[in-house]
Design a protein around this ligand. Structure first.
Ligand SMILES: NC(=O)c1ccc[n+]([C@@H]2O[C@H](COP(=O)([O-])OP(=O)(O)OC[C@H]3O[C@@H](n4cnc5c(N)ncnc54)[C@H](O)[C@@H]3O)[C@@H](O)[C@H]2O)c1
Length: 103
């Protein structure tokens, strides 16, 4: 058995075919110089995602603050839109000029 072989896990074979492990690819290598939207960006996971994405992208957050807090985005350069993903008008505004959406 070699490193990376996990019994009953179909992933190792796929990893070998692709020639690299998922961990070798960083988000910032793929998503750069783009306007992106993070729904739920004021939450725990979303705000950490925003922190990474703002290094190389313009980030717009759509969040209704139902559980998230704007304080989670303090010091992170995002455009914040308070609204729900269930509101088509808020979505239209948040997605304007956006290349990628992280939901
Ligand atoms: N935190 C974890 O360890 C973990 C692990 C596995 C999966 N998840 C899943 O990932 C997602 C995010 O988790 P989290 O811990 O960051 O939660 P969170 O509550 O901190 O973040 C969710 C964000 O979504 C926002 N939101 C909720 N409804 C919305 C709506 N209709 N429109 C716009 N924004 C809305 C909230 O205000 C909040 O800011 C959840 O679906 C959770 O179940 C989390």
């Amino acid at each position: 058995m070699t490193e990376g072989d996990i019994i009953n896990n179909p992933r190792p074979a796929r990893k070998r075919r692709m020639g690299c492990r998922p961990a070798d690819i960083a988000l910032e290598d793929i998503v750069r110089n783009s306007r992106v939207c993070v729904t739920g960006g004021a939450g725990f996971i979303g705000s950490h995602l925003c922190e990474v994405l703002t290094k190389h992208n313009e980030v717009v957050v759509l969040d209704n603050l139902s559980t998230g807090k704007q304080a989670n985005l303090e010091g992170i350069n995002v455009e914040f839109i308070e609204g729900s993903i269930l509101d088509p008008k808020a979505l239209e505004k948040a997605f304007e000029g956006v290349r990628y959406v992280f939901h």
